[in-house]
Design a protein around this ligand. Structure first.
Ligand code: NAP
Length: 319
């Protein structure tokens, strides 16, 4: 008997339980498909580590975090019958009618696949970054902000994430300095205005972090002005003993598993059509992992819905 004969063959397998994957699961299950969602970590993807989401329509519950929003999304998908697996997929075989996702624990089979693995933080790119990760350098303010209570913190980047997270970090840090490579922020105006009004936030314009240094923990930064080339050495105050550096310089897609199978651009983002189909039959992509202009919770959720609705329309009951 072949492996396929004694294993469940799902109509659709969804890889990644961020907003795109969870929305795809909800729509697939409600569309009458048997759906499996596979996640290696916690549900929610990037929003699981986001303190507040203010721009997801209808999301106005006082004090709700990205984590609680994703828990409700996951609960809703499960209520409509989505199966769930916690596993790390190490190999994808997608060029056949019944597709295989091979994981550390098991191999999963399905007729359609939705790739919704999202994106992760791009490294800051400074000297010493690897060495001080976890001992002064972080990419998650929600996870690590409270380690910097009363200290000085630097934030690299000028997009929505950098500015929002800088504002969040003012709850803990004595002073937060945004280090941005241009003299204008990329972040949405409403977010910028909040930061400009926050007395704990200051800016180092036209600047990048060149180097991180310290004895055991992060104690200083070398900042380079990209216009003048001037280097400025910043050191933690003696009484503090250390400082913090948070990196929010954009994201890289989590497409390593499939980048040699489906069509990707030169940065690794997956190309789809407007129905979320990739160039491989039966393989769709949704959310931050695909080439798109707006990466928001609402657009990720929309992608997942679009993919699942198109699969439901195409998918005949399996005998
Ligand atoms: P982003 O929008 O790509 O911004 C990255 C920032 O890092 C930019 O300011 C960029 O500078 C800077 N940068 C890039 N490479 C750099 C390098 N090597 N050295 C120094 N600086 C560098 O990324 P993001 O802020 O992480 O956001 C990712 C996506 O999620 C975006 O689509 C964003 O809108 C969305 N998001 C939305 C919200 C929200 O709506 N509340 C919150 C978080 C994220 P330049 O400006 O010079 O390019």
């Amino acid at each position: 008997m072949s492996m396929e004969e004694n294993k469940t063959i799902y109509d659709v397998m969804i890889l990644g339980a961020g907003p795109a994957g969870l929305s795809a699961a909800l729509y697939a299950a409600r569309g009458g498909l048997s759906a499996l969602i596979i996640e290696k970590g916690t549900d929610g993807g990037q929003i699981a580590a986001t303190d507040a989401i203010e721009n997801y329509p209808g999301q106005m519950l006082e004090g709700e975090s990205g984590e609680s929003l994703s828990k409700r999304m996951a609960g809703q998908a499960e209520r409509f019958g989505t199966a769930k697996a916690q596993d790390v997929i190490t190999e994808a075989v997608l060029d056949r009618e019944v597709k295989e996702l091979r994981g550390e624990k098991e191999t999963y089979l399905g007729r359609y696949v939705i790739l919704a693995m999202g994106a992760s933080a791009r490294p800051i790119g400074c000297k010493g970054e690897e060495q001080y990760k976890g001992s002064g350098i972080s990419y998650c303010a929600t996870c690590d902000g409270n380690f910097f209570m009363g200290l000085e913190v630097y934030v690299a980047g000028g997009g929505d994430a950098a500015v929002e997270e800088a504002i969040f970090l003012t709850r803990f840090a004595r002073k937060v300095t945004i280090v941005h490579r241009r003299d204008k922020l990329r972040a949405a105006k409403i977010i910028q205005e909040k930061a400009f009004q926050n007395p704990k936030i200051s800016f180092l314009w036209d600047s990048v972090v060149e180097e991180a240094f310290g004895k055991g923990v992060l104690q200083g930064l070398m900042i380079r002005n990209v216009k003048t080339g001037e280097l400025t050495r910043i050191e933690a105050e003696e009484a503090d003993g250390m400082l913090g550096l948070f990196g929010f310089v954009g994201n890289v897609p989590n497409s390593a598993l499939v980048k040699d199978i489906v069509e990707v651009d030169d940065r690794g983002y997956i190309r789809t059509d407007e129905t979320m189909r990739t160039n491989i039959r039966g393989v769709y992509a949704a959310g931050d992992i695909r080439i798109k202009s707006v990466r928001q919770v609402v657009t990720a959720a929309a992608d997942g819905a679009v993919a699942a609705v198109h699969i439901s329309a195409e998918c005949e009951p399996y005998e």
